[in-house]
Structure formats: structure tokens, C-alpha cells
Design a protein around this ligand. Structure first.
Ligand code: NAG
Ligand code: NAG
Ligand code: NAG
Length: 179
């Protein structure tokens, strides 16, 4: 939850304000991990709320058992679905790839997912983080306001988004006013 800062401004004259908000949202760029351990899950996955996410795990033919976990809960073990969530489906279980798909991702799906395999009787895991973004939106904002010279005014802007939005206030000069 991003809460915009309130700004208290003493005005020199009676003004009607027309304000515009600018948001800067850093793009969620997955970072390469130089990690070459096996199994190799993909890098962190960033999706927007409501989109689907595919979690891929690269395996090879020495692998005898495979599973995908959400934290410590098994979602799929081989082709067997353990999750009761119908948004979760298996998309690939071959000698080289073991992948699942999550439809309609929501913010509570964010977190670590683990690809777990068994090779020559040794369990091995690889972890990937699912990161869910929500486009910024204004939840509440002050209306246009008229005040007397010398008095104070409080302007409110309440915004929500993931990552947390940056709220900025800008004073438009009178020639910029179009409202
Ligand atoms: C994946 O995301 C987690 C949690 O945000 C972070 O700690 C980790 O460094 C990320 N790994 C990579 C390879 O980007
Ligand atoms: C992952 O686990 C979290 C916490 O238990 C849960 O809220 C979420 O629905 C799970 N997501 C999937 C895709 O299993
Ligand atoms: C917006 O904030 C104002 C001031 O805090 C409050 O009075 C009003 O009820 C809020 N409106 C909504 C829709 O939350």
C-alpha cells in the first residue's frame, strides 16, 4: 500500500489548483542468476496480477522423480496434481522439462516456488520467486479547493500498486491550467 505524502502549502493568493500526478514504476526485470546447479529452474518470474505464469524446470533423463512446490506445499508430483487450486495445471513433463502454469495470478501467489527432483537417489531442488505486480491506481485524492491568502491547505493522494508507487505533486503554472 503506497500512501502519498500530504503537502501543506501556504498560498499567497486565492487559487484554484489543478494538479497532476506522475507515477514512476520500475519495471520488474528478472535478474540472471549465475547459478548452474541442477535442476535448473528459470530465473525469477514477474507477472502482472491477472496474468498467467509458467514455472519451468530443466531436467535430464537421470531424473527419476519431479515435483513443484509452493513454499512447502506440493502442487504437482510428476503428473499427479496435489493442489486443489484449479488455476494450477501441468504444461510439460518430459525428459528435459518439467513445467507448471498458474492462471489468473493474484498477489497472494507471490513467493518462492521450488522444483524438486530426485537423481540417483539424491534429492535436489531449485527455487524461483514469483513476483506479482499491480499497476498503480489512485484510491483517494483531494478535490479542487479554494482557500484564502495566508491559510494552509492539505492535499491528499492515496495510491496503491506493487511495487509501491512513487507519488509526486507538481504545481502547474497558470498557463498550464486546462481545467
Ligand atoms: C529472486 O527473488 C528473491 C525475492 O525477491 C530475491 O531474494 C532473489 O535474489 C531473486 N533471485 C534472482 C536470481 O533474481
Ligand atoms: C501459494 O501459497 C500461498 C500461501 O499458502 C497461497 O495463498 C497461494 O494461493 C498459493 N498459490 C498457488 C498457485 O498455489
Ligand atoms: C478520502 O479521504 C477523505 C479525507 O481523509 C475522506 O474524508 C473520504 O471519506 C475518503 N474517500 C474515500 C472514497 O475513501
Amino acid at each position: 500500500m503506497g500512501v502519498g505524502r500530504c503537502l501543506v502549502l501556504p498560498w499567497r493568493c486565492v487559487v484554484v489548483l489543478c494538479l497532476r500526478l506522475l507515477f514512476l514504476v520500475p519495471a520488474g526485470v528478472p535478474v540472471r542468476s549465475g547459478d548452474a546447479t541442477f535442476p535448473k529452474a528459470m530465473d525469477n518470474v514477474t507477472v502482472r496480477q491477472g496474468e498467467s505464469a509458467i514455472l519451468r524446470c530443466t531436467v535430464d533423463n537421470r531424473v527419476t522423480r519431479v515435483a513443484w512446490l509452493n513454499r512447502s506445499t506440493i502442487l504437482y508430483a510428476g503428473n499427479d496434481k496435489w493442489s486443489i487450486d484449479d488455476r494450477v495445471v501441468i504444461v510439460s513433463n518430459t525428459k528435459t522439462e518439467y513445467s507448471i502454469k498458474i492462471f489468473n495470478v493474484d498477489i497472494y501467489d507471490e513467493g518462492p516456488y521450488t522444483c524438486s527432483v530426485q537423481t540417483d537417489n539424491h534429492p535436489k531442488t531449485s527455487r524461483v520467486h514469483l513476483i506479482v505486480q499491480v499497476p498503480p491506481q489512485i484510491i483517494n485524492i483531494s478535490r479542487d479547493i479554494t482557500v484564502n491568502e495566508g491559510s494552509s491547505v492539505t492535499l491528499l493522494c492515496l495510491a496503491f500498486g506493487r511495487p509501491e508507487p512513487t507519488v509526486t505533486w507538481r504545481h502547474l503554472s497558470s498557463k498550464d491550467l486546462s481545467c
